[in-house]
Design a protein. Structure first.
Length: 185
């Protein structure tokens, strides 16, 4: 087991430079946060492999560069839309026993949700699709995305939170924080 105190002491002065470095590489705060989190997790897991032949900062930055490369390869392979709206429409198909007004409301709700999802970053679209539409649990979602369970939980929370905020803006209703948090759990 890696020495947590030693790791923390080495990480603290390098965390801010790491965050800035990754942000410059990806140019996006959302992805940068995820990559920094993955970098720190991998560095901690492999801390026993760290040889003091180079500086800790250099070793940490090389892990981050590899994470960015991995992310870019994944994004390049999946440049298409992450969301299958036919699946969403099947889930929200109107009940023929309902009134025409009720059917219209359901179709309008589906349209609003679709627009909100499309406005999300593709990373969050994918997370919503995997969890809410495909019904994968967090562990399966993490495996599917090749990320840690902790990163999947964080990403899903952010996706739900951003979707909730977008829907609140679109419907001009105040956002209830407890609803977003409850959905993310």
């Amino acid at each position: 087991m890696p020495n947590q105190q030693e790791f923390t002491e080495l990480l603290q002065p390098n965390l801010r430079p790491l965050s800035r470095f990754v942000l410059r590489m990806v140019g996006n705060h959302f992805d940068a946060e995820d990559i920094v989190q993955e970098t720190v997790i991998k560095a901690f897991v492999h801390f026993a492999d760290f040889r003091a032949e180079s500086k800790f900062k250099t070793w940490l930055m090389s892990i981050a560069v590899n994470e960015v490369r991995t992310r870019r390869r994944k994004e390049f392979r999946s440049r298409t839309s992450y969301f299958d709206f036919d699946q969403l429409e099947r889930l929200a198909s109107p009940n023929t026993n309902d009134s025409p007004f009720r059917q219209y409301q359901e179709m309008e709700t589906t349209r609003v949700v679709q627009n909100a999802i499309v406005s999300l970053h593709p990373t969050y679209q994918e997370m919503i699709r995997l969890r809410a539409i495909d019904g994968l649990n967090i562990a399966d979602t993490a495996r599917q995305l090749s990320i840690s369970v902790a990163a999947a939980k964080t990403r899903y929370y952010r996706a739900v939170h951003r979707l909730s905020r977008t829907l609140a803006r679109q419907t001009r209703k105040p956002l209830r924080r407890s609803a977003a948090v409850a959905d993310a759990a």
